[in-house]
Write a protein that binds this ligand. Structure first.
Ligand code: FMN
Length: 174
């Protein structure tokens, strides 16, 4: 049997295809496209009604999801780099655009939408290093400490930099 090296554990994504899903207001999956199913390896019916934490990778720092939910629950959009875990244990990195879906009459949030695509090696290098550091701080001193670490990281880059804009900013400061 062929030996599995760490590199084999990464799923290589098609840069032309988007991985799309939608949730209700509580974050339970209501829709996922064919590419979502193909990449993560779960069947549609294993995904519908579940939260996305079914594909949460243990390398992801908690602070990223805390900021994600803080932002989208206020009706604001956010972009984030996410490492996901497929059913067979392999992983894939994606650039994700999160949006809230609102009732057109009331403006009330009725759910969320996520569209994911591949990211450049350059961005990934910077972000994966940052996430490794955030996770280390989280494991040692907790999620509040990792939030402070992230704030200081962003402050070092400039006064007006928010996590939600970090992708755009990486092009500016690196
Ligand atoms: C539309 C939408 C898409 C999401 N996509 C992912 C995803 O691809 N991977 C992931 O780990 N979490 C995703 N999340 C965040 C999860 O809901 C969850 O917060 C995260 O997996 C961490 O799990 P926890 O909140 O149970 O700690 C998404 C949330 C929403 C609203």
């Amino acid at each position: 049997m062929a030996k599995i090296t760490p590199i084999d554990r990464e799923i290589v994504l098609d840069p032309k295809r988007y991985i799309v899903s939608e949730t209700d207001a509580s974050g339970k999956i209501t829709f996922c496209n064919d590419y979502f199913v193909e990449v993560c390896g779960y069947e549609q019916d294993e995904l519908i009604g579940k939260p996305h934490s079914i594909i949460r990778h243990p390398d992801m720092p908690k602070i990223v999801f805390k900021l994600l939910w803080q932002t989208i629950s206020q009706g604001k959009n956010i972009n984030a780099v996410v490492k996901n875990l497929a059913k067979d244990g392999r992983y894939y990195w994606i650039f994700t655009e999160f949006e809230s879906r609102k009732d057109t009459d009331t403006g009330k949030i009725i759910g969320y939408h996520a569209s994911r695509k591949t990211i450049s090696k350059h961005i990934l290098e910077i972000i994966s290093q940052l996430y490794t550091q955030l996770l280390e701080v989280e494991k040692k001193d907790g999620v509040d400490a990792s939030e402070i670490y992230l704030q200081n990281f962003l402050k070092e880059k400039g006064d007006d930099i928010e996590f939600a804009n970090i992708m755009e900013e990486i092009h500016r400061f690196y």
